[in-house]
Design a protein around this ligand. Sequence first.
Ligand code: MTE
Length: 325
Amino acid sequence: MLIKRGRDWEINQREVTDEALFLNRRSFIKSITAGAILAPSMVGFGSSANAKKKKMEIDPTASLYPVRRNDRYTVKRAISDEYDATTYNNFYEFGSHKSIYRAAEALKTRPWTISIDGLVEKKQLIDFDKLINSMPLEERVYRHRCVEAWSMIVPWTGFPLARLMELAKPLSSAKFLVMETMMDPETMPGQKQHWYPWPYSEGLTIEEAKNELSFLVTGVYGKPLPNQMGAPLRLAVPWKYGFKSIKSITRFSFTNKRPVSFWERIQPKEYGFWANVNPEVRHPRWSQATERTLSGPRVPTQLYNGYTEFVADIYKNLSSEKLFM
Ligand code: MTE
């Protein structure tokens, strides 16, 4: 497993470039790689009005950000540096290394249609922009702990997964929620690696999905999600190892059968359905007792990643299950 090396020598992009201009430059590069002809409106993009306009064109939901932080969900440690958090990512659809942020620019996030199906009263296809505009957005600062023993503190923007479930109205026979990532091997070359069980999928019990911590993320650091972090919609379940927090979701399906998720299919002896964080339960190949923080020191890992008070009740009658792998 790769562990991130320190990057103290790097200058934060935000310190050297005005953010709107930086985003603008990315869109410029994108349009060149897409073979677009340089439009007159892009010439002289240094003016702030133009820069703002370009930023809105990049993401139609940009004007929704930033939103109010919900202080019920705070962390005593400092928020991770934005540059570190957005340039050290797992997104196997774009490769198995950590610097997939450039490759992930290829992801097309509009139009983005989400299917809600299975054991629900209201099966539906919903456009992402319509969905986000109907949801109460808030910011939550969560711990994010990868099974590879690195972690960060992230200010996510989004809405409770429970709100999406209200739209769907699951039947009482629905016991699990399965989520799937977009399938598009042309823009996500990792999906051409047929030995992986694409599309990436993850599952929760209905009780876990309804838990107040289960959060559907649309943004981070007060802006829409960058592609490499799972734009336009991903999950955050902070008491579980990070692989449960599926990115770029296009399907929510309710079922009565426990699903076998992406990593569990690949290596069931190492990655299970529950994957709750526990410092005392080793990964078969390494200790989970401590974690290397992205912008800081190594710290002790906490049971349920520090969220015991929110989630312990879910598991009180499940002691026969492998809750921590
Ligand atoms: N979702 C998809 N679709 N593909 C992935 O490869 N990686 C998972 C999870 N969600 C992954 C995914 C893993 S292993 C982790 S640790 C987190 O995303 C990483 O999220 P981050 O890159 O935003 O930190």
